[in-house]
Design a protein around this ligand. Structure first.
Ligand code: 5GP
Length: 186
């Protein structure tokens, strides 16, 4: 879905479809340089990371495996609860694996720091993080992002996997949602 199809809900473009593709290619080249001989396990965080995982994985010119984890997120609210709960665990063992966590967005960094701690306890050989987007608050906490697409302003964005109440994930670009849409629900 293009922004023009949802023009009443998207007030501005934050990262266009073309910029996303370029950002993911740049990230992929850096990942290849670090992990070429390691057959990394890409761990996508459902559901937001589905598009990032699909496009980043296809952009990578090295062998990879993929697994998925689902943790609790904002639900219908646009504010972080700070509570992380496993909704779906990994199918694979992390023992001795080189893990690359694939994220759509790092905001408070709570989800990521929790994931890093959790994965470290499972015996991974190395853990790296790739995130398409980062918000300003993430820079205040100790969350290492090895491969970053874009720093974005502190606004609620949707598209390319990111939702509001399960909608807008299928937008090809990333944009700011009209606050009118969630004003009564946040
Ligand atoms: P954090 O734990 O870093 O605060 O963020 C965890 C999750 O919050 C992200 O994976 C994402 O699902 C959600 N999130 C944070 N900022 C946004 C945003 O601007 N838009 C959407 N749709 N989700 C967000």
């Amino acid at each position: 879905m293009d922004f023009s199809d949802a023009h009443t809900d998207i007030v501005s473009t934050v990262v266009s479809e073309e910029e996303i593709a370029k950002g993911l290619a740049r990230m992929a080249r850096a990942i290849e340089a670090d992990l070429a001989d390691k057959t990394p396990l890409l761990v996508g965080v459902l559901k937001g990371a589905i598009m990032v995982m699909a496009d980043l994985a296809r952009e990578l010119r090295i062998p990879v495996e993929m697994d998925w984890m689902a943790v609790s997120s904002y639900g219908r609210s646009t504010k972080s609860s700070g509570v992380v709960r496993i909704l779906k665990d990994l199918d694979s063992s992390l023992e001795g694996r080189h893990v690359l966590i694939v994220e759509d967005i790092v905001d408070s960094g709570l989800t990521l720091s929790w994931l890093l701690e959790n994965f470290e306890s499972r015996g991974a050989a190395s853990i790296r993080v790739a995130s398409l987007l980062r918000k300003p608050d993430a820079m205040a906490v100790e969350v290492p992002i090895d491969y970053l697409g874009f720093d974005i302003p502190n606004e609620f964005v949707v598209g390319f996997g990111l939702d509001f109440a399960e909608r807008y994930r299928n937008l090809k670009g990333i944009g700011v949602l009209n606050p009118e849409v969630y004003r009564d629900e946040a």
